[in-house]
Design a protein around this ligand. Structure first.
Ligand SMILES: NC(=O)c1ccc[n+]([C@@H]2O[C@H](COP(=O)([O-])OP(=O)(O)OC[C@H]3O[C@@H](n4cnc5c(N)ncnc54)[C@H](OP(=O)(O)O)[C@@H]3O)[C@@H](O)[C@H]2O)c1
Length: 301
């Protein structure tokens, strides 16, 4: 009998790799779809099916092929910095997300899990945040039974949060975003992967949005201090107004591979946390972990 695949778009990424692992562990046959697909590490001894295919969200034919014989699909594709051509937020997070959802619906695929982000807002100052919001709307318009997951900033080994903070704490003085008061709810990448598995498995997750935040809410400067303590470093923390950061980001955007973007600054201007009335991990039967539970393990790697 042919396997009924769960296709994971972006299955080679920071989150996607963990989603693939969680689904394989749960016994699903998994197809990894990316522009440069690679096998997940350490699968040789597995009895379950896994395969990897070349697919690009911009290319309808490759999207269709990646969904052959699939019964579920996860969209874990990301783009954080626009680089022109087809690498725009609109093309990836709006048009690409809709293309995948529409193809899934045409194929009669039962389940779609779309990964978005906390704080999506069609009125945001950030092109990225607006595109994520519009992407969600388009996905739901064509696939109303899709499950939308909105994770907060992810942490884990080799992440973009704790690793970046570690690098920053090497500097003699640490500039803060504003006064460092922005509240963040970092979420462990493995917990989000478990949530994807639950969203795929549970009927009550269809047509729902889940906001996924970690076990503890921190101010930005608390996270900086935690990382400083971990490394046994003492540094002066210096508040820097957001207006200055916006200016620096505009200058940085002139450099190739900009180290800081306007969208990142805008994201740091607002609390990034699960809404009071939002469905979250609890509704999926998962207790999310906190940065302090895993800081040692994450930074040891
Ligand atoms: N990281 C975070 O802190 C965070 C926080 C909240 C939400 N999220 C969301 O979580 C999702 C995954 O993020 P991530 O950090 O794991 O991303 P990532 O590590 O950058 O991985 C992105 C994945 O998407 C694939 N991809 C990129 N463009 C593609 C295209 N045009 N067609 C097909 N595949 C493509 C990449 O492989 P190829 O390059 O080989 O195609 C890779 O597998 C995104 O929706 C992101 O916005 C992330």
């Amino acid at each position: 009998m042919k396997p009924q695949w769960i296709t994971v778009f972006g299955g080679t990424g920071f989150l996607g790799r963990r989603i693939v692992r969680a689904l394989l562990d749960a016994g699903y046959p998994v197809r990894i779809a990316a522009r440069h697909p690679t096998p997940p590490p350490g699968i040789d001894d597995r009895a379950v099916s896994v395969e990897w295919v070349r697919a690009d969200l911009h290319d309808a034919a490759s999207v269709g092929k990646a969904l052959d014989d699939a019964r579920g699909v996860v969209n874990a594709v990301s783009l954080y910095v626009e680089s022109g051509g087809r690498n725009t937020f609109e093309a990836v997070h709006v048009d690409g997300a809709e293309r995948l959802a529409e193809t899934a619906r045409e194929r009669g695929i039962e389940r779609l899990v779309h990964i978005s982000g906390i704080g999506v807002d069609t009125e945001s100052d950030s092109t990225y945040v607006r595109a994520r919001a519009r992407g969600e709307n388009r996905v739901w318009a064509v696939f109303p039974q899709a499950t939308i997951l909105r994770p907060s900033v992810l942490f884990g080994p080799e992440d973009a949060l704790l690793t970046a903070l570690s690098r920053i704490t090497l500097m003699p003085v640490i500039p803060l975003f504003g006064a460092g008061n922005t509240r963040l709810q970092p979420v462990y990448v493995e917990d989000v992967a478990r949530a994807v598995h639950q969203a795929m498995a549970r009927d009550d997750a269809r047509g729902q949005i889940f906001e996924l935040g970690g076990g503890t809410l921190y101010r930005y400067r608390e996270l900086v201090r935690m990382v400083l303590r971990h490394h046994g470093r003492r540094r002066l923390l210096v508040p820097v107004p957001f207006l200055v950061w916006r200016g620096l980001a505009s200058l940085a955007s002139l450099l190739p591979g900009a180290p800081l973007t306007r969208d990142q600054v805008i994201l740091m201007e607002q609390d990034n946390r699960v809404g009071d009335d939002a469905r979250g991990f609890e509704s999926l039967g998962i207790e999310p972990r906190s940065v302090e539970d895993l800081l040692e393990a994450c930074l040891a790697s």
